[in-house]
Design a binder for this molecule. Structure first.
Ligand code: ATP
Ligand code: MG
Length: 599
């Protein structure tokens, strides 16, 4: 269990907490035994009687990288288990060999670990010696699933349908018309068993037959109109290789996975609500047959997370990657956990955001700004400060050599964090030449402009006051250099320095010691507020990435990827952690200091 100050715990009340508290009070799962037997792969979840524990699971299909929506599900399942002294399984729902890859399995594992839930699936006191702790693969249960299929056939609850896919679709009916029975529906259990075994043995071509449950062709719920349980597909599976040429359908596999792992609360998003009757039907049949023990897991649905300007569909994200619209799954503009991490998001920020977004039955869109708010709130107290110049132009102090001496550098200090003096001071040097922001000089200042223009005095933050004397323009009329003179005895922190009043304070770095770097400034990847329904080209924001060559304080030469800095006036930045930029100084802007979208 975590402390109440920790954002891991699902502190805000929600309907799932009421359900769990009620089940714990009633002892709903106290008598829970164990179905399945070693050899099914299910022994990973076996153990002794497990009275007061709840078990949840996060069951991604390894067909892509996890995204922000998955973070919500991870947070919900793992934090509920933690809070109620239960266990959460990381389960790879790998029943679809064609789309699944080891790369995705690895990326999912990394993302869950990064969010801070590694210990939850690394060691389980209930299973000493278990190899993988709480990490599970649906494909480990293929033997059990196949036995369950044979049982359903023998009990008259399933049949092998050899209609073509088109016939099957046509015979399913629609909302107003009941389905039409397949000519194969009345086969005897013995005939069906022989055909199922023929499917399994590879005697039938891909797509020649499917195993279907025999439930109710007139059901108003289409999911109960004899759903498919198994299909024939000769494909090599990342885990089971070529051992199988038939694969279970998701709707059949998922309840079995939950039951074998003794999941108590199977939490999913609302689109699965209509599948719950089948989920319950299947587990009842298998319990009747003695294949599983009661009480079965129960499915609960909550509204999926939708965030404005964010795509939360693996299919669409894959499209962005495959069409080269972004630089891979971990592009910092991507809402994948790998991308958010590279962008500078922290697990704390994401968990805070998930908690604030609530767990309800009613869907809706959460404003993207609240994601950035959570990030700023968690970074502000932690992030060391630094100065950076994003769009540099040189400022030359023309009286420096005369006043201070040629080549002299003057050490300046600034707090690492303005509200945490105990974190010490950072140091950098003032000298004859500095880098300043191009926008901090105006030849003809608009009204209310207090920064550099000829005749105006400005403080260079943590350094001296200077008076601007003018600027040099290049052939295109662009400022190539700004000049100023130092006003003596005005250095920040020295006695009397504040006697001189200036309205403008600007940030800078020393031309002699600043670190040259690339700065990547991101905007929302999608300009569409509720993306995912229109043409991708129209929804994409063409200005989602701006790259500049700038300078940062010298101390950032030791910046570690993953450590966020607040670049004063510019926002929160983190050194890029991709293999492509290793050894270079590239900083990603995680977010600005305030929301400026649309302004
Ligand atoms: P996608 O639609 O992006 O392919 P999915 O639901 O098919 O997502 P899975 O790998 O099957 O992806 O999802 C694993 C778990 O994550 C499921 O329990 C699913 O309900 C949950 N999940 C996916 N997207 C969201 C979301 N936007 N909000 C909350 N939970 C989500
Ligand atoms: Mg899915």
């Amino acid at each position: 269990m975590t402390s109440s100050a920790d954002t891991d715990s699902a502190k805000t009340s929600n309907f799932l907490r009421h359900v769990i508290e009620n089940d714990l009070a009633q002892g709903t799962y106290a008598s829970r035994g164990w179905g399945g037997s070693p050899g099914d792969g299910a022994h990973h979840a076996a153990g002794m009687a497990d009275p007061a524990r709840i078990r949840t699971r996060f069951p991604p299909e390894p067909n892509g990288y996890l995204h922000l929506g998955h973070a919500k599900s991870i947070w919900l399942n793992f934090s509920l288990a933690r809070e109620y002294g239960g266990v959460c399984h990381l389960r790879f729902d790998d029943t679809n060999p064609e789309k699944e890859e080891q790369e995705f399995v690895d990326a999912i594992r990394d993302a869950v670990r990064w969010l801070g839930y590694d210990t939850d699936f690394a060691d389980d006191p209930m299973q000493p010696g278990a190899l993988r702790g709480h990490e599970y693969f649906a494909s480990d249960y293929f033997d059990f699933m196949y036995r369950a299929a044979e049982y359903l056939v023998q009990a008259g609850h399933a049949y092998v349908d050899e209609q073509s896919a088109e016939q099957m679709r046509a015979n399913r009916g629609d909302f107003s018309t009941p389905g039409t029975p397949s000519p194969y529906r009345s086969r005897t259990p013995a005939e069906n068993l022989a055909r199922l075994r023929a499917m399994r043995a590879g005697e039938l071509a891909d797509g020649a037959a499917v195993l279907r449950a025999k439930i109710d062709l007139a059901s108003p719920n289409i999911n109960l109109r004899d759903p498919a349980l198994y299909r024939i597909r000769r494909a090599t599976h990342h885990n089971t290789g070529d051992a199988w040429c038939i694969y279970p359908m998701y709707t059949f596999a998922h309840p079995i996975e939950d039951a074998l792992e003794r999941i108590t609360h199977s939490i999913c998003t609302l689109e699965f609500e209509d599948q719950r009757p089948f989920y319950d039907w299947l587990l009842e049949r298998l319990s009747e047959g003695g294949l599983l023990q009661a009480p079965p897991p129960h499915q609960y649905e909550f509204a999926r997370l939708n965030v404005t300007h964010v795509l939360t569909s693996k299919r669409k994200l894959r499209q962005l990657v495959e069409e080269g619209r972004v630089d891979g799954w971990d592009d910092p503009r991507m809402p994948t956990l790998a991308g958010l991490r590279r962008r500078g998001y922290t697990p704390e920020a994401l968990k805070l955001f998930c908690e604030r977004s609530g767990v309800t039955k009613a869907g809706g869109w959460i404003d993207y700004a609240s994601l950035e708010t959570a990030l700023r709130e968690t970074l502000d107290p932690a992030a060391p400060r630094a100065m950076a110049v994003l769009d540099p132009v040189k400022l030359v102090i023309t009286n420096w050599d005369a006043l201070m001496g040629a080549g002299v550098l003057d050490a300046c200090r600034a707090p690492v964090h303005p509200h945490a003096p105990e974190r010490g001071q950072r140091q950098f040097h003032f000298g004859r030449e500095l880098w300043i922001e191009r926008s901090d000089y105006e030849q003809n200042p608009p009204k209310g402009y207090h920064r550099l223009y000829p005749g105006n005095k400005v403080r260079l933050k943590y350094g001296h006051v200077v008076e601007c004397t003018g600027a040099t323009l290049d052939a295109q009329g662009r400022v190539s250099q700004v000049q100023a003179v130092l006003i003596p005895d005005t250095k920040s922190g020295t006695p009397g320095a504040d006697a001189i009043k200036v309205k403008g304070v600007i940030t800078w770095v020393g031309a002699h010691d600043a670190l040259a770097c690339e700065l990547r400034l991101y905007e929302r990847l999608l300009r569409a507020e509720q993306p995912g329904s229109g043409e991708l080209d129209a929804e994409l924001n063409p200005d989602s990435l701006r790259v500049t060559q700038g300078y940062v304080e010298p101390a950032l030469a030791s910046a570690a990827p993953g450590t966020a800095y607040q670049f004063e006036r510019h926002g929160y930045f983190v050194r890029d952690a991709s293999a492509k930029t290793a050894g270079q100084f590239v900083f990603n802007r995680a977010c600005g200091l305030r929301d400026s979208w649309g302004k």
